[in-house]
Design a protein around this ligand. Structure first.
Ligand SMILES: [Zn+2]
Length: 367
């Protein structure tokens, strides 16, 4: 997690976009239990699950057989939360399940704490390099952590303009400050760039960068075997949180998220997708189009609401889009995602924003 700006999004998506009843996705491989067991997906490619004490109760991590600096072992993709239970599972995987074969490298798809929360511990414990993109590493070093205290005036103004009351803001920021999973950031890394090809054991993995859920999210794609390690860039049953934060209030992350998602829809139809949560699946194109369709439905809800009232605040529109919010953190993420939809529609010329009563932003259809 981070400032009120950047929660660890995938850990608690505010909305579940279910595939339709006739979902064409297929799940060809039974997942491993979250106890240090491994399931073989292909030769030299293993699937582990790291448990998480939250409603999304696991993260998928992948182990790739590697030969690095003359050493045979396993490269690992993503870490789990930076908590003792995660450490225990990794010690079991390398000490028992893999009978002492070493870890060679750690690759983190992005900065969120379910993916990189144990990166520093793993780097130190196993003595391995950490590979990340520049944007993700700098985000992890720079702004992941509890919200600044006191909250900067720019952040207060952002939430006030969105229609958040002082009381609601205190409860959201308070919940972030109490978050028990804030990671210890690693100190150094090796940079991955979009288009890089990583030779890991027998396979070449192309780095495909996606934006919107996090600034420079790395997916790994092996064209020969048709395998995509997707991170949070494409999940089978939930949608990743895409939010605007007070760090970049005029940003339009949903615009680049939709572009990134549609790029994945161009991969071969029989690509096996290895996501960070839920099951390994077939149906990359169908799922990418489902995710885009989900956001189109959200746009339609905003359009319909603004056809029935002269204008609305972001907070009011959040309640139109998200009807089952429970916790203050849910509200924080849902509000950021609502503003992401509003900024996208503003950039497209469909909506206009003006300063309304009490300096709360009023969104209305563009005239
Ligand atoms: Zn994430």
């Amino acid at each position: 997690m981070a400032t009120p700006a950047t929660p660890a999004a995938s850990a608690a998506p505010p909305v579940a976009a279910r595939p339709k009843a006739e979902s064409p996705l297929r799940y060809p491989i039974e997942p491993p239990p979250s106890d240090g067991s491994l399931v073989e997906i292909a030769l030299g490619l293993m699937w582990a699950r790291i448990p998480m004490p939250m409603s999304l109760d696991h993260i998928n991590c992948y182990l790739l057989r590697d030969r690095y600096e003359g050493r045979d072992g396993w490269a690992v993709v993503d870490t789990g939360l930076g908590i003792p239970r995660t450490h225990e599972v990794w010690k079991r995987i390398f000490g028992e399940t893999l009978a002492g074969q070493p870890m060679t490298r750690l690759i983190c798809t992005h900065c969120h704490y379910d993916h990189a929360g144990a990166a520093r511990w793993m780097q130190e414990r196993f003595g391995v390099p950490l590979l990340m993109t520049f944007g993700e590493f700098m985000m992890l070093r720079g702004v992941m952590g509890p919200p600044p205290d006191p909250l900067p005036e720019t952040h207060r103004a952002f939430y006030h303009r969105a229609g958040v009351s002082d009381e609601q803001l205190e409860s959201m920021v308070g919940a972030m400050r109490k978050d028990p999973f804030m990671p210890q950031a690693p100190f150094s890394y090796q940079r991955m760039r979009a288009g890089d090809v990583l030779q890991i054991g027998e396979r070449e993995w192309q780095v495909i960068v996606g934006e919107g859920h996090s600034p420079e999210h790395a997916c790994l794609y092996n064209a020969r075997d048709g395998i995509l390690i997707a991170g949070d860039q494409l999940l089978p049953r939930i949608t990743s949180n895409v939010m605007v934060s007070p760090i970049e209030p005029e940003g339009s992350p949903l615009t680049v998220w939709l572009e990134s998602t549609l790029r994945l829809a161009e991969l071969p139809a029989d690509t096996l997708v290895l996501p960070s949560h839920q099951g390994v699946f077939l149906g990359v194109r169908e799922r990418a189009h489902e995710v885009v369709a989900h956001h189109e439905q959200q746009f339609d809800l905003i359009r319909a609401h603004l056809a029935s009232v002269p204008s609305a605040s972001a907070w009011e529109l959040m309640k139109v889009l998200f009807t089952r919010l429970r916790s203050p953190v849910d509200h924080l993420m849902a509000l950021g995602e609502t503003i992401a939809h509003l900024n996208h529609l503003r950039a497209a010329g469909e909506l206009q924003r003006s300063s309304g009563t009490d300096n709360i932003d009023a969104y209305a259809r563009a005239v």
